[in-house]
Design a protein around this ligand. Structure first.
Ligand SMILES: Nc1ncnc2c1ncn2[C@@H]1O[C@H](COP(=O)(O)OP(=O)(O)OP(=O)(O)O)[C@@H](O)[C@H]1O
Length: 582
């Protein structure tokens, strides 16, 4: 079964446990055959008046032994089969997580987070149910009726057994004809829960925006719609199961009725004894459970297969940004960056986001990128750590085509501060180190350079303060500065700051840039900013507009050009003056 391709190795590794578990289920089923037989023999003995005290003791001991053995085998199969299912669950969850790390950033642009989260929760639960409960139930549903069938034939012959089993043909027809329908409904149920997860995630992460735009009731309405859709999808599935279950139960009782009629007649005509009839009826009563479980098993397997298919699609996905076959690892790069006639269009877009970009940035120099929102600044710098791939022959680091440099050696050398600051639920120290090994001295040095050290030592637990939902609430500017400390602590060869000082005031910005100057002196740097004050000291400044460089030079030469840069500078000067006067 190709659907099992990502868990086949774990199943094979645990095959002996699985087999032992199934043997234990079989033993439970065999032991269940003893009680009806004992009841039948006792009935015949009582009727014939041959029942002795010795019989009483023998049969009582037999029943106790059977009960204890059944309990031991029940415990064993649960321990073995559920143990395997837990291991499969853990392995597939781990593999999924590794796959999330492998996939390229663009994958996350085109797939909903709710969908990805639902793979890691609902789908994995369904797979665990299938390989645990599902396997146990299906074994029971096949082995127990098989054992019962043998015992029935031995007790009352083939004819009576066939008569009792005949209603089951309908059962098989109904279950088989519903399988496709169940598959479709389960798929829709999974899609509905993914949508609901996405809505909840979006609302929680955007709660501040929702509140500031007074959109709470609209959000509740949107959620109610999605919740209702989820309920309807679930109800459609429940409807199938609700018709299936009573039908299954009716079939089991019909089986029992046929037995009573047919078996009763046989007793009347003395073809079988009352004891044999009691045994036969006892076996048939035991048949009710596996028949009833059939609907449940079908649903567990259907859900598991749908979820496996969904997870497999994600696992089959290959990242589009990988090391090339001839990739080279360079750790001591000079970090001379060159872009030659570089054009870039996003995979899902038809309009280019960058056109004919030519840049030459030498080691130790600073390039500043300025431009209106949407002009292509972030796109340009995202090409350097290869978050997106530039076309071959357009982007070079130290004269080596970037596509030939191994991803890890490239990214390890870049200190990147993104526009959106992300801090993890951990201590400030861990957020700066980002789980790499640095001594306290380096951490403090980086924090000082990022202008956040004084803020940190004011917190009661200083560097051990937990940030995030359960910890201290940091201001936007504080988060940005921790993010800068994280980027510079590793002593990167290239420092990339993507508009990361937007949340601090111009005074703090000047302080941070002053401290960073020392660090930037030794390495190549790229700063993206809307504020002229943040970029005016750069060796080269480029102005982007609709993906093209429209002006370039240093601060003085750009002012002389009296173009857009100069206009922006005048506007910002005026705004600063007004602010000061106020
Ligand atoms: N993942 C993406 N897929 C498709 N188009 C994108 C994607 N990201 C950005 N774009 C488009 O590329 C263009 C440049 O966007 P980019 O984010 O680089 O601008 P920016 O100058 O950094 O803007 P801002 O100052 O607002 O951050 C825009 O037209 C934007 O809509």
């Amino acid at each position: 079964m190709n659907e099992l391709r990502y868990i086949k190795d774990v199943i094979l590794k645990c095959k002996y446990k699985y087999i032992a578990g199934i043997i234990c289920i079989f033993m439970v089923d065999i032991l269940q055959m003893v009680l009806p037989k004992v009841l039948g023999v006792l009935t015949d003995k009582l009727k014939s008046g041959n029942f002795t005290k010795d019989d009483l003791v023998t049969y009582s001991i037999l029943i106790v032994v059977v009960s204890i053995s059944t309990a031991v085998f029940r415990f064993s199969w649960r321990y073995l089969v559920f143990g395997v299912s837990k291991l499969i669950e853990k392995t597939i969850r781990e593999r999924l997580y590794i796959q999330y790390q492998r996939l390229s950033p663009n994958y996350y642009n085109v797939h909903k987070t709710g969908d990805l989260m639902s793979h890691a929760t609902n789908d994995i639960d369904n797979i665990r149910m299938m390989v645990g409960q599902g396997v146990a139930l299906i074994s029971d549903s096949l082995l127990l009726p098989a054992a019962i069938l043998v015992m029935l034939i031995l007790t009352a012959g083939v004819k009576m057994t066939l008569a009792a089993f005949s209603p089951m043909i309908f059962l098989i027809i109904v279950v088989v004809s519903n399988v496709k329908n169940m598959h479709i409904r389960i798929n829709r149920m999974q899609e509905a829960i993914s949508d609901l997860t996405e809505k909840t995630r979006e609302n929680i992460s955007g709660i501040r925006v929702v509140k500031s735009f007074v959109q709470e009731s609209e959000e509740v309405e949107k959620f109610k719609k999605s919740n209702l859709h989820n309920k309807e999808m679930n109800l459609k599935f429940v409807r199938i199961m609700s018709t299936l279950h009573p039908f299954v139960m009716a079939i089991s009782y019909l089986t029992f009725a046929i037995t009573l009629l047919y078996g009763g007649l046989k007793v009347i005509y003395s073809e079988i004894t009352i004891g044999e009839f009691v045994t036969f009826a006892g076996y048939l009563l035991q048949l009710i459970w596996p028949i009833a479980a059939l609907g449940w098993v079908t649903s567990i397997f259907q859900k598991g297969i749908v979820s496996l298919k969904r997870v497999n699609i994600l696992m089959d996905e290959n990242p589009d940004i990988v090391d090339s076959d001839d990739s080279i690892s360079i750790d001591s790069l000079d970090w001379k960056i060159e872009m030659k006639h570089l054009n870039f269009t996003y995979p899902e877009s038809h309009t280019p986001s960058l056109e004919n970009i030519n840049i030459s940035l030498k080691k130790g120099k600073t390039l500043a990128i300025c431009g209106k929102t949407g002009s292509g600044k972030t796109t340009l710098i995202n090409l350097i750590p290869r978050l997106f791939n530039a076309s071959a022959g357009t982007l070079f680091i130290d004269d080596v085509d970037i596509n030939r440099i191994s991803l890890s050696s490239l990214r390890k050398n870049i200190g990147y501060v993104p526009q959106d600051t992300i801090l993890f639920s951990a201590t400030i120290k861990e957020n700066i180190c980002f789980f790499r090994d640095f001594d306290d001295e380096s951490i403090i040095k980086a924090a000082k350079a990022a202008g956040i050290h004084n803020d940190i030592i004011d917190f009661p637990r200083q560097y051990e303060t937990i940030v995030g939902e359960r910890g201290v609430n940091l201001s936007g500017g504080q988060k940005q500065r921790i993010s800068i400390a994280r980027a510079i602590i590793g002593n990167p060869s290239l420092l990339v700051l993507d508009d990361c000082l937007s949340a601090v005031d111009t005074h703090t910005e000047a302080l941070i840039l002053g401290a960073l100057k020392e660090i930037m002196k030794e390495r190549t740097s790229i700063i993206v900013s809307h504020r002229i004050s943040a970029i005016k000291d750069a060796d080269e400044i480029i102005m982007l507009d609709e993906g093209r460089i429209i002006e370039r030079g240093n601060h003085d030469s750009l002012l002389e050009q009296k173009g857009i840069y100069c206009e922006l500078y005048q506007k910002q000067l005026l705004a600063a003056k007004i602010e000061e006067e106020e």
